[in-house]
Design a protein around this ligand. Structure first.
Ligand code: ADP
Length: 375
């Protein structure tokens, strides 16, 4: 097998972890990012600084590689299509990005592929504040949202007065019991590997994943149903690559698909140590056209994001040595030189046999380690 060159569009923590996974293969990894100090920079063979909307620069970067993968969905699609037309492999496909980026279009595609999704309707920017359907209702901006930013629950018509007037979908409110992420890898030959379901527990102050539990504590029937939904989507929509399929289970045990990410996902960091092959390794394998690795989980775990405090400036870690002394915790830091309020600075995976013990240890980490600024 000859050494292949893989270019990663995006140089954040996901790219850093993709570069780490690449050590298992004869490959050379490069990254492309607007930020010269991005997380992946120190872990790649070469780095190109450029914007994600710079069509020409992305094409130039891509052409120097055999395969291009991405860690963010905001890459210029024309550039990816041009690369594909030029014989460069792009994983996942640029066509997928087109429908993923528009939350409305995404809902249509998921529904048409047979996935159970919350009832929704399109509401144009000019109509948002006049909406007179059923309340409560979830407003989602069709584009430009992330990490819960761009998602609002309106309890009544009054709250629409302050609603952002942008093209939106208005969605039925699901009474969520659990939020589950299904990580699915699919190769060129249609081979599929699915990780044990992961429960994501959100912090409603930051709207980010507070911690996750893997494997999720759900019933066998729920697990089978989630796998069937994920597999059906992967086959109908011809997924090639690693995908996160975010789902809700409601109070009655009903499953809904919320959204899809066609790339490694924040909910899969633990797979590096907890599973035989990580989500990052699967993406590299798929990029190289290799067989998929095993998704078997060796140990149950809890993963927590390590977020910056409400601070801005040069990063300072307080209590790091004490935190590192806590046993059965594996830390990963994203080498971010600057903190911003609630910025994702790293994550910790806690390996304990019982969930109670892991959650207790998570609190120990939280009270021991602070990531702030030195200003
Ligand atoms: P983002 O991609 O910005 O994270 P999501 O669509 O995942 O946006 O929504 C963010 C959070 O909002 C979800 O994790 C969930 O907690 C809540 N949410 C989204 N859609 C619904 C819904 N239909 N009913 C109830 N809660 C929802």
């Amino acid at each position: 097998m000859k050494t292949q060159k893989i270019g990663i569009l995006g140089g954040g923590q996901l790219a850093m972890l993709l570069a780490q996974a690449a050590i298992h293969f004869p490959v050379k990894i490069s990254a492309y990012d607007p930020d010269a100090n991005c997380s992946a920079r120190s872990y790649v063979a070469s780095f190109t600084q450029g914007n994600f909307d710079d069509t020409q620069k992305i094409i130039e970067f891509g052409k120097a590689h055999d395969v291009v993968i991405f860690e963010t969905e905001s890459i210029d699609i024309d550039a990816l299509k041009a690369l594909e037309a030029d014989g460069i492999r792009v994983v996942s496909s640029p066509e997928t990005l087109e429908w993923i980026r528009d939350k409305g279009k995404q809902k249509e595609v998921l529904r048409d592929a047979g996935a159970p999704i919350p009832a929704f309707e399109y509401v144009a920017a000019s109509e948002v504040r006049n909406y007179n359907g059923t309340f409560p209702v979830v407003q989602k901006w069709r584009t430009g949202g992330y990490d819960g930013y761009g998602v609002t629950i309106h309890e009544n018509a009054d709250s629409l007065k302050n609603a952002k007037a942008v093209d939106s979908t208005f969605e039925e409110v699901i009474e969520i019991e659990k939020e589950i992420s299904i990580l699915l890898a699919r190769g060129d030959a249609g081979d599929i590997a699915i990780y044990p379901p992961i429960e994501m527990v959100f912090d409603f102050a930051t709207n980010m994943v507070d911690y996750l539990v893997a494997p999720a504590k759900i019933t066998q029937i729920e697990k089978e149903e989630l796998f069937a939904i994920a597999k059906n989507l992967a086959e109908k929509l011809n997924f090639i690559g690693i995908y996160a399929i975010e789902c809700f289970i409601d109070k009655k045990g009903q499953i809904y698909v919320n959204e899809i990410a066609p790339r490694p996902h924040n909910s899969g960091h633990h797979t590096i140590s907890a599973n035989l092959a990580s989500q990052y390794e699967q993406q590299i394998r798929i990029a190289l056209g290799l067989p998929l690795g095993s998704t078997e989980q060796l140990m149950p775990c809890v993963m927590m994001n390590l977020l910056a405090e409400n601070a801005t400036g040069k990063t300072k870690y307080v209590g790091l040595e004490d935190a590192l002394a806590i046993k059965n915790v594996q830390y990963t830091f994203y080498s971010k030189e600057q903190v911003r309020p609630s910025r994702k600075m790293g994550h910790a995976v806690i390996f304990e046999k019982t969930l109670e013990k892991a959650l207790q240890k998570m609190n120990d980490v939280r009270t021991t380690l602070t990531i702030t600024s030195d200003e």
